[in-house]
Design a protein around this ligand. Structure first.
Ligand SMILES: NC(=O)c1ccc[n+]([C@@H]2O[C@H](COP(=O)([O-])OP(=O)(O)OC[C@H]3O[C@@H](n4cnc5c(N)ncnc54)[C@H](O)[C@@H]3O)[C@@H](O)[C@H]2O)c1
Length: 455
């Protein structure tokens, strides 16, 4: 009998995590996924991108190996083998998630869900009846209405992850997270990359020092970064695209490929029978992830909150717990976000600009990677760790790291912030030596005006 306590549409990091938790609560749970389990994150987002970023890192290390006394031949990229490696990584992880769902007793239907009433959906020839519904349908690439972007051959990150050859040149429209990660990968792979960003800074919503540092490092890697510029049209001439750019002065750039990464839009197909409250086409939810319909919840990118896999998973756990009667609320105050560039970025809490606007007085401590022993030993001295605290209480309200292992060590700051910790808490915690983590320890000492390894 296809009658379930909870039906979940979408098997990404929001949906599959919610399904496992719902089932663990003893709820009869079904998950419907139209493509592959794992969603954007595992199949065409976070995971495959990180597989390529690792290759970019390797190439960068090999190219610089002679500075460390290692002589290597000039590296070459075999894109077909790179794709095989990337596909293997994806297969391993999606297979793992499939096994977890099975082990937790979640029923999985492959196919497109179509909600036909407030308590029923169809998938292929089946009718599924549900007491509660969790919508976890995610988002897809948004293509802005710029003349020429509807042309065949214009790429998004999805197609760029399937390239069988390294493009000679690549224009990336949008200098946000996707744009900067793909610029990192393809510039190291050998493409001549141009990034066109409409705002005055790359990754414009993050701490300005991160944006400036990233622009410097991408430029040093040979990427042409055009900020404060917009693309007005794209045309095709023989084999190349002509990209017309409006900035301080108008220019036209010729490129073999054009990728668009200007944000994403919600996936709402199959949901029109539900009278959901939407805003800018995103499903509106409260802190328990409930929509305006009592038994319908929504999680992940489709809610238009913070579009990150780990936020979707956290929302999925909240939704499943609330359905099971273990009511709790989602909080967005402490959400680490990471960008996989060279070097990496890890960020949590308020940017310095936001902190100055929100607090009467703040204390900022910045420690350069060039003064961190482990970073020097690794030959990766670009970047810094910045801690921001409320001057009155000393409580940490933001941390921004640009440097090696930034995406890993940012969780220390997140954990301290979650516990309401202060600069003194970090300064008085013994940090192992030599580690990049010491830069956080040192940044706390700098903020407290008692630096040890800095003049
Ligand atoms: N490492 C990660 O966590 C990771 C990786 C990839 C994607 N994501 C998430 O996926 C989502 C989508 O990423 P994204 O990079 O597409 O979006 P984004 O919002 O990060 O960046 C889009 C950028 O495009 C710019 N832009 C908008 N219109 C433009 C135009 N016409 N011309 C030039 N620039 C324009 C914006 O100013 C912005 O800087 C984001 O929410 C992101 O956080 C996260």
């Amino acid at each position: 009998m296809n009658k379930y306590d909870v039906a979940i549409i979408g098997g990404g990091p929001g949906g599959y995590v919610a399904a496992i938790r719902a089932s663990q609560h003893g709820l009869k749970t079904v998950l419907v996924e139209k493509d592959q389990i794992g969603g954007t994150c595992l199949n065409i987002g976070c995971i495959p991108t990180k597989a390529l970023v690792k290759n970019a890192e390797l190439l960068h290390e090999i190219k610089n190996a002679k500075n460390r006394g290692i002589i290597c031949d000039a590296p070459k990229v075999d894109m077909k083998a790179v794709l095989a490696m990337k596909n293997n990584v994806v297969k391993q992880l999606t297979g793992g998630v499939g096994a977890l769902l099975k082990a937790n007793g979640v029923t999985v239907f492959q196919g497109e869900a179509n909600v036909i009433s407030e308590h029923e959906l169809t998938v292929q020839d089946h009718v599924i009846t549900f007491e509660n519904l969790i919508i976890a349908t995610g988002s897809s690439n948004n293509i802005p209405p710029i003349p020429g972007l509807d042309m065949a051959g214009i790429l998004t990150s999805t197609e760029l992850l399937e390239m069988e050859a390294v493009p000679e040149s690549l224009v990336i429209i949008g200098g946000g997270v996707i744009g900067c990660e793909f610029a990192t990968v393809f510039s190291q792979f050998g493409s001549k990359v141009t990034v066109v960003e409409m705002q005055d800074a790359l990754i414009p919503n993050m701490d300005l020092e991160l944006s400036k540092g990233l622009k410097r490092s991408l430029t040093a890697a040979g990427v042409s970064v055009l900020t404060g510029c917009s693309v007005t049209k794209v045309e095709k001439n023989d084999d190349d695209y002509q990209v017309t750019i409006r900035g301080d002065k108008d220019t036209t750039i010729s490129a073999a490929c054009v990728m668009v990464s200007v944000g994403r839009k919600s996936n709402l197909a199959g949901l029109s029978k539900l009278p959901l409250t939407l805003e800018r086409n995103y499903i509106q939810v409260d802190d328990e992830m409930a929509t305006n319909l009592e038994h319908v919840y929504a999680i992940g990118d489709v809610t238009g909150k913070i579009q990150l896999a780990h936020v979707a998973s956290a929302q999925g756990l909240v939704a499943a717990d609330c359905i099971a009667g273990k009511k709790r609320k989602m909080s967005y105050e402490i959400v680490p976000s990471c960008i996989y560039t060279l070097p990496e970025i890890g960020s949590v809490g308020l940017s310095e600009q936001q902190a100055r606007a929100a607090y009467d007085a703040i204390t900022v401590g910045v420690f350069p990677m060039a003064a961190c022993g482990k970073a020097v030993a690794m030959g990766q001295t670009t970047g810094f760790t910045k801690l921001i605290a409320d001057e009155k209480s000393g409580k940490i309200i933001g941390c921004h790291i640009f440097g090696p292992n930034a995406t890993e060590i940012i969780s220390e700051a997140a954990a301290v912030m979650k516990a309401g910790g202060t600069l003194v808490d970090i300064a008085e915690t013994i940090h192992a030596h030599p580690t990049i983590n010491e830069s956080m320890h040192e940044a706390a000492h700098v903020a407290l005006k008692e630096p040890i390894h800095m003049m």
